[in-house]
Design a protein around this ligand. Structure first.
Ligand code: ATP
Length: 209
């Protein structure tokens, strides 16, 4: 369970974002975060994903006050429990798609490849595994990013505009992947500009008016 109480984020240049007083996301929910450009959607994902810990207010993750976690605890939690799909994918160009997908397992010093085979089937990546990242289309990069986000079987997936660079057909396929994951119990939090995509989630969090 994710619980944010009176959270605000002040950037060094004094930009301040005030989030709703209470944001509660239960385990197993599939939630869309919407709101106009610049309102703070990505910032919210960064806070929930513990990438940004300099917010004020309280953030409880599974009843644990995240302010009390050490940096080491945070990086273990992030690697094991939270999968990110970033707006710009953040794939590593010097690694192949296969190496990118397996990177969290290597960082976590895991000997097995986990669900690698299953994920490359789901995301139809077999023929691309040893290509260069720069040769991939936006949609292909997005599928690699998803497989990497899921390789640790995280309990939470945070996806920033996961359908942003896809045509409408592939956007629906991506949404289906998210729904399948959610059916298996994964909490999904999707930032999206697309009202139709948002309406396919169980809950919508609107930032701003
Ligand atoms: N590192 C930073 N330093 C200063 N201001 C920042 C920083 N990151 C974000 N901001 C500001 O915080 C606000 C929220 O940014 P954020 O990226 O979270 O918005 P968003 O709702 O995700 O926007 P978009 O839909 O355009 O992606 C914006 O006004 C942005 O300029």
């Amino acid at each position: 369970m994710i619980e944010l109480i009176n959270v605000t984020k002040k950037f060094e240049n004094k930009n301040t974002i005030v989030f709703p007083n209470k944001i509660i996301i239960n385990s197993g929910e599939m939630v869309a975060v919407i709101g106009k450009s610049g309102i703070g959607k990505t910032t919210l994902l960064n806070i929930i994903g513990l990438l940004d810990r300099k917010e004020s207010g309280s953030y409880f993750l599974n009843k644990q006050d995240t302010k009390l976690l050490t940096e080491k605890e945070v990086s273990t939690l992030r690697n094991k429990s939270i999968g990110f799909v970033f707006q710009d994918f953040k794939l590593i160009d010097d690694l192949t798609p296969k190496q990118n997908i397996l990177l969290p397992r290597r960082i976590g010093k895991m000997k097995s490849d986990g669900d690698f085979e299953k994920l490359i089937e789901i995301f139809q990546l077999r023929s691309l595994l040893d290509n260069s990242i720069s040769e991939l289309s936006g949609g292909q990069k997005q599928r690699v990013a998803f497989a990497r986000a899921m390789i640790m079987s995280p309990s939470i997936i945070l996806a920033d505009e996961p359908t942003g660079s896809l045509d409408s057909n592939n956007a629906l396929i991506m949404l289906d992947y998210l729904k399948q994951l959610n059916k298996m119990g994964t909490t999904i939090i999707t930032v999206t500009h697309d009202k139709d995509i948002a309406l396919q989630h169980n809950k919508i969090i609107q930032l701003g008016d």
